[in-house]
Design a protein around this ligand. Structure first.
Ligand SMILES: Cc1ncc(COP(=O)(O)O)c(C=O)c1O
Length: 439
């Protein structure tokens, strides 16, 4: 194939890829029919009771098809033709556009990242830290948010002040703890929007405003909020918001996003490469991207960029975000009620400040023991959370009442017993050639 033919083939394939359309569900479907139709389009929801989107969500079939199509193109035509690089940049712009739409944000405010962790590191590192500076955080942060602070502490001698929030269920307590920490003039407040441990939603707008008044910026880990609940960073008075592609946005792993305020867009990143510059010259005469894209410091896996954009398109167009947020919230509240009604179950998640995570423990059971027993009995896909010795479920818009019932019945059984008294699980006997069970 000559160069012109390869370029034409790429263009042809690109046009074909753009024709790939979003599954369209008829409008005004009754909820149960809509959920049933959506579950068909999210095949992993049939692989068990899918209750761990807080780690990684089910992929839409359409996303995987779009990623495969992209991989096939790369296999057939390679990735080296300059036209294919132009195409990749267009796909990145599409993904950014879809993220900006999700957040009701300015396009300039959005950068692609590889994960929440990436975004948190980029945001934290962009501040001018000096030895002796202070930073405020909570005792409920994921390593993706606490990690960059520990690096500052151990590299530079920055002091970390941990807010005492309890389970994060009392905003007055949170705000009082923050007020005393702010008296020490920290450079930043770094915390999660929704705590990955207890599922509590933090009063981020109030925290952002208080921090700003004290001269500090707020850096938000939104791994458990963006895509799960409606998030509009412009309304939050914060500096940056980092989030994941693979969790509540139902995208591939290795993708995430960072929203940056106008002030944050004016700071320089700690690391940089091709994409961080609007104009680049090897003699150092460069122009930084005049927007959040200066935080895009390395390249991306093209099928994953396509996949993230496709998942976002699918959520917005096939599912409908307002419906998704409303239903996921409603089902999560129903799960909270049902679990809290079981004697011996302690739900850690505050009902008045919850999103889509529900964490709970069962009297007499360690989280690990309960996890083993419950998952073997109910085929639920869940996780344990460290720090609070609890099990955590992530409830999605695809979760059904029947699934929550089946799961809760498993919890009820455990709650009536201890690990020593729980009845043995039924086992499938495997028969040998002589018709006798094999041990
Ligand atoms: C609050 C929180 N922050 C960060 C992460 C890490 O996300 P990522 O894998 O996108 O870096 C997670 C989940 O794994 C999380 O729950």
């Amino acid at each position: 194939m000559g160069v012109a033919t390869v370029a034409a083939a790429l263009r042809g394939r690109t046009r074909k890829a753009r024709r790939y359309h979003t599954d369209v569900l008829p409008p005004n479907l009754p909820d149960d029919d809509k959920v049933a139709a959506i579950r068909e389009l999210l095949p992993a929801t049939a692989a068990g009771i899918y209750l761990n989107t807080g780690s990684a969500g089910p992929l839409p079939a359409e996303t995987v098809a779009a990623m495969r199509e992209q991989e096939d193109r790369e296999l057939a035509a390679g990735r080296g033709h300059p036209d294919s690089f132009e195409d990749a940049k267009e796909r990145m712009a599409e993904a950014r556009g879809a993220l900006a739409a999700l957040l009701s944000a300015d396009l300039d405010a959005v950068a692609l990242t590889h994960s929440t962790t990436d975004g948190m590191n980029a945001a934290v590192a962009s501040l001018p830290w000096a030895p002796g500076d202070r930073v405020v955080t909570t005792r409920h942060e994921h390593p993706g948010g606490l990690g960059p602070l520990l690096a500052l502490r151990d590299r530079l001698g920055v002091t970390i002040d941990f807010l005492d929030l309890g389970n994060g269920d009392d905003d007055a307590r949170t705000m009082a703890a923050l007020a005393s920490a702010l008296e020490l003039r920290p450079r930043a407040v770094v915390l999660s929007h929704v705590l990955w441990t207890t599922g509590a939603v933090m009063p981020i707008a109030r925290i952002g405003a208080a921090a700003r008044d004290a001269g500090a910026v707020t850096i938000v880990d939104a791994a458990q909020s963006v895509g799960a609940i409606s998030v509009h960073p412009d309304e939050l008075d914060v500096d940056t918001v980092a989030f994941a592609g693979q969790k509540w946005l139902l995208g591939p792993e290795g993708m995430g996003g960072l929203w940056a305020s106008t002030a944050a867009q004016g700071r320089l990143p700690i690391a940089a490469g091709w994409f961080a510059f609007e104009r680049f010259s090897m003699d150092g005469d460069v122009a930084w991207q005049p927007n959040a894209r200066r935080f895009e410091w390395t390249n991306f896996h093209r099928p994953s960029v396509t996949g993230l954009a496709r998942s976002l398109g699918w959520l917005a167009m096939s599912v409908g975000l307002p419906w998704a947020f409303e239903r996921a919230g409603r089902m999560a509240h129903a799960a909270h009620d049902r679990l809290a009604s079981i004697p011996g179950v302690r739900v850690v998640t505050p009902k008045h400040a919850m999103a889509t995570l529900v964490s709970f423990s069962i009297d007499g059971w360690s989280a690990e023991a309960a996890y083993e027993e419950l998952t073997a009995r109910t085929f639920a896909i869940i996780r344990t959370v460290p720090g609070v010795d609890a099990l955590r479920i992530s409830v999605g818009f695809w979760t059904t009442a029947e699934e929550l019932d089946r799961f809760a019945e498993g919890v009820e059984l455990l709650a009536r017993h201890t690990p020593e008294t729980v009845p043995p699980r039924r086992r499938l006997a495997v028969l040998g050639a002589d018709g006798r069970p094999i041990d």
